[in-house]
Design a protein around this ligand. Structure first.
Ligand code: SF4
Length: 492
């Protein structure tokens, strides 16, 4: 499955005064899977010092990175990797939209980076215009978020400014930021849609905030906890402060993180490693299809997000798991994938199929099917390699509705699952059958309840009112046969 996902953030504060750039660098390297369009670092010395660039983060020996080790000497900093799921995706705008974004007014200056997507963009833009922040220099949501924050800071302190963000902004936002006074702060929307956690170095001198816990692991930091929905954390020379800004009435954690986005070795939800959850997904697929062993000789998986579920399916069913599909390791270029043809080329270059499946009836374990183009290509490759029958098993239940919180699936028309039954999907992608994990078992495997997860793209029921309204209007238009506009939720 090939999707643009929506960013990774990392921030560090060192009470010992040491330069934090190396920690940010590694924290983002471990999360580069969350964004290939661009990356950026901002540290604080006397003033903010930034480096922002398109593409993936270069290796440590690259001259740019070597220079940054010398340039970014401050004891506090943040970083960001980005996939553009909001804003415009021409080179010009991608450059302008790189985060962290440094924003200021006559009194305050902040650097911000965030993971998520804002839904009530139109309303926020007019509100900011009304307050005299009417000119926008980027096409990214982060500028709106920063605008609301700066308006709040002009009137009050950081806690109240963050409260202003949480009360006026609808959508997903896991944020890290710096103030000119040298504070590192992090906050998360009151539904906790996107992940954000924090941890501490072994000598208790450094604290880090990260989208995924692997950012802490790579730095040998201890995982402390999630940043709770509606919570603000601040580190400054005076110590650490943790505040509940807005009470979390219900959580709505993105369920897609479990199936696809997060690294398997990250900890999500109530503290389980993702790979264990994915193994359970595979076991569920076997339990839900007890006759699988009659139809299938061998299990294969689409690396890497299908691997753990394939192991679970293999354990539960007793069917051999053949690692016949491998990934071309250095085909990582998912940036600027904007048209169908380009996407298909990338898919085709990404995986390699070995002939061990020749003459076999195979079960293919994959995380999800969104548009169907990836699966179609994979099935074609497997047929060419001689597979006799191909049965597709998806761990993520059928996607029937768009996402408004930062995942690149914006219209009903592009979603194969919104228009077709399993039998029809099998035909369309050229497989012999298609199986989805049931929603009930999926939810149970995550260790969270339905009321703690966002299941909007699976059920059409969204945790925020504007997203629900947009989805209902879009569905009506789609069913009436009208042409949908991509990323319609951003139209101002
Ligand atoms: S709609 Fe789907 S992809 Fe979007 S946040 Fe909710 S669960 Fe995640």
């Amino acid at each position: 499955m090939l999707l643009r996902e929506a960013c990774g953030v990392f921030g560090v504060f060192d009470f010992g005064g040491r330069p934090v750039f190396p920690f940010i660098y590694w924290g983002l390297i471990s999360q580069n899977h969350r964004g290939h369009h661009s990356y950026g670092f901002t540290g604080l010395d006397e003033d903010f010092v930034s480096h922002r660039s398109l593409g993936i983060i270069p290796p440590m020996r690259h001259p740019v990175i070597k220079r940054l080790f010398k340039r970014l000497r401050g004891n506090v900093g943040i970083g960001h990797v980005r996939y553009a799921t909001s804003g415009r995706d021409t080179q010009y705008w991608l450059l302008r939209d790189i985060q962290p974004l440094v924003m200021s007014d006559s009194e305050n200056k902040v650097a911000l980076a965030f993971n998520g997507n804002l839904v009530n963009v139109k309303q926020l833009r007019s509100e900011l215009r009304r307050r005299g922040r009417g000119s926008f220099h980027s096409s990214s949501d982060v500028e709106l978020l920063g605008g609301v924050l700066l308006c709040g800071l002009r009137r009050s302190d950081l806690s109240s400014a963050v409260e202003g963000c949480m009360r006026t902004i609808e959508g997903a936002f896991s944020v890290v930021g710096l103030t000119r006074g040298g504070e590192l702060f992090a906050f998360r929307d009151p539904l906790g849609i996107k992940p954000l956690c924090y941890g501490c170095s072994q000598d208790n001198q450094m604290f880090a905030v990260s989208s995924e816990s692997v950012g802490l692991d790579i730095n040998d930091f201890r995982y402390e906890s999630e940043v709770q929905p509606g919570e603000l954390l601040v580190w400054s020379k005076d110590g650490m402060r943790r505040e509940t800004i807005v009470e979390c009435r219900r959580r709505a954690f993105c369920s897609f993180e479990f199936a696809y986005f997060a690294r398997p070795d990250s900890i999500l939800g109530h503290g389980q490693p993702v790979y264990k959850i994915r193994e359970t997904f595979g076991r569920n697929l076997a339990r839900e299809d007890p006759d699988i062993w009659r139809r299938v000789d061998v299990i294969v998986s689409i690396p890497a997000t299908g691997d753990d579920a394939a192991y679970g399916l293999h354990e539960e069913s007793g069917i051999p798991w053949e690692r016949a599909i491998r990934r071309h390791r250095y085909v990582v270029d998912r940036a600027f994938i904007s048209d169908q043809r380009e996407r298909e080329t990338i898919i085709s270059k990404k995986i390699n199929v070995k002939e061990a499946i020749k003459g076999k009836r195979i079960a293919v374990v994959e995380d999800s099917i969104v548009r169907g183009d990836t699966s179609r290509k994979i099935v074609k490759k497997l047929r060419r390699a001689g597979a006799k029958e191909i049965h597709m098993y998806f761990t993520f239940p059928r996607i029937i509705s768009p996402c408004f919180y930062g995942i690149d699936m914006a219209t009903f028309g592009e979603l194969i699952g919104s228009q077709h039954t399993e039998e029809e999907i099998a035909k369309l992608i050229g497989a012999d059958s298609v199986h989805y994990q049931s929603l009930r078992n999926f939810v149970r495997a995550t260790g969270m309840s339905e009321d703690e997860l966002c299941l909007g793209c699976l059920t059409g029921k969204y945790p925020t009112p504007s997203a629900q309204k947009l989805a209902d209007e879009m569905r009506k238009r789609f069913e009436a046969g009208e042409i949908e506009m991509g990323r319609i939720y951003e139209v101002a």
